[in-house]
Design a protein around this ligand. Structure first.
Ligand code: NAP
Length: 332
């Protein structure tokens, strides 16, 4: 089968198209014929290993110390079709169309991969895909959709609340904007000027170009601030919250986690640092919302698997609006 082999940490040049052996499912696994994947920011962060020091050593131990050796295929989101199932699998059968997120297991830049039926964050999570989405559209749902769904549940957004989303034009951000609108909030999206028109098109009531305006200095107050990308100044964000406001950060550094809790002493504001929601149950909740027309993926560009290097370069350039899809065409 075709696969993109990850040969070094750093630039996209370390990603190479190769022929490798097709995997065989174990008794509790399904074999998935992948039709689409994505080039997301987490994939480019793994590729470069440009992550906080706390994560880098464990990741090197897990992936390969000097270069990727234990995990050699990148890619975390996918949509595809079950080709065969192991003898102990009861919930799926050949022909089922599925979508999912493989997390640290990675492996979606390939024609096929195996996942265990009882999925988990370590083994990957998947579910039957929304019937009204193509494979390409469905592949762009799991990461951003699950992160946004989880944060929205945590924030418990109420009708009429003022919600500000930092990094609104990205993968998590575009779902967060749609969820916040769905729950009746007045939504302000903060991102690069090139993404503001798209943000209005998915429902943002107000938009802010972060290169021109610092929302923490506008004097406006919000009930909820969601930072999807750890880009907002914490003290300023706290000042921009109403008295009982909530600040959610998807990805804070370790020191910031401690400092954020300490800085709260003496006021009614709340800080949540979250990551997760990677369950089949949540994927099924997303499927239902999508099938009912409540949310949809924002897709910027599509690249064939063979052009993965160009796709990663595009994401590295910070131009991505929503999601970049990788299409996997099978010869037979
Ligand atoms: N499982 C995981 O791997 C996992 C789990 C939880 C969280 N995360 C983390 O979540 C983060 C977000 O993911 P994502 O996929 O949503 O990222 P994304 O698609 O790249 O979106 C981030 C957005 O933030 C914008 N941005 C950059 N600087 C900004 C600023 N100062 N103010 C406002 N917006 C700004 C970017 O725009 P420009 O670049 O064009 O400026 C981009 O549109 C990643 O860092 C990822 O590591 C990962």
């Amino acid at each position: 089968m075709k696969a993109i082999i990850w040969t070094k940490y750093g630039s996209p040049d370390g990603l190479h198209l190769r022929e490798i052996e097709k995997p065989t499912p174990k008794d509790n696994e399904v074999l998935i014929k992948i039709h689409a994947a994505t080039a997301g920011t987490p994939d480019t962060e793994f590729r470069r290993l440009k992550l906080p020091p706390l994560y880098v050593i464990p990741l090197r131990l897990y992936i390969g110390f000097l270069k990727p050796t234990r995990i050699t295929i990148l890619g975390t989101e996918f949509a595809g079709e079950i080709e065969s199932v192991g003898k102990d699998v009861t919930g799926y059968q050949p022909g089922d169309q599925v979508f999912g997120y493989t997390g640290l297991k990675m492996g979606t830049y390939a024609e096929y991969m195996c996942l265990t039926e009882n999925s988990s964050i370590f083994d990957g999570v998947f579910a039957k895909k929304p019937i009204n989405l193509s494979y390409e559209e469905a592949a762009a749902v799991p990461f951003g959709g699950l992160e946004a769904l989880h944060s929205m549940k945590t924030a418990n957004i109420q009708r009429g609340q003022k919600v500000l989303i930092v990094g609104a034009g990205g993968s998590i951000g575009t779902y967060s904007v749609q969820f916040a609108k769905l729950y009746g909030a007045e939504v302000t999206g903060v991102d690069h000027m090139s993404k503001l028109e798209m943000l209005r098109s998915i429902g943002a009531d107000h938009v802010i170009d972060y290169t021109k305006e610092d929302y923490t200095k506008s004097g406006k107050l919000y009930d909820v601030i969601i930072d999807t990308f750890d880009k907002s100044p914490f003290s300023g964000s706290l000042r921009s919250l109403n008295e009982n406001g909530l600040f959610l950060n998807a990805n804070p550094k370790l020191f910031d986690r401690i400092w954020m809790q300490w800085a709260l002493k003496g006021n009614n504001k709340k800080v949540v640092t979250w990551t997760g929601g990677y369950t089949t149950e949540n994927l099924l909740a997303l499927k239902e919302l999508i099938e009912n027309g409540k949310i949809k993926p924002v897709i910027d560009r599509r690249y064939p698997l063979e052009q993965i290097v160009e796709a990663h370069r595009y994401v590295d350039a910070g131009l991505k609006k929503g999601n970049v899809v990788i299409t996997v065409v099978h010869n037979q």
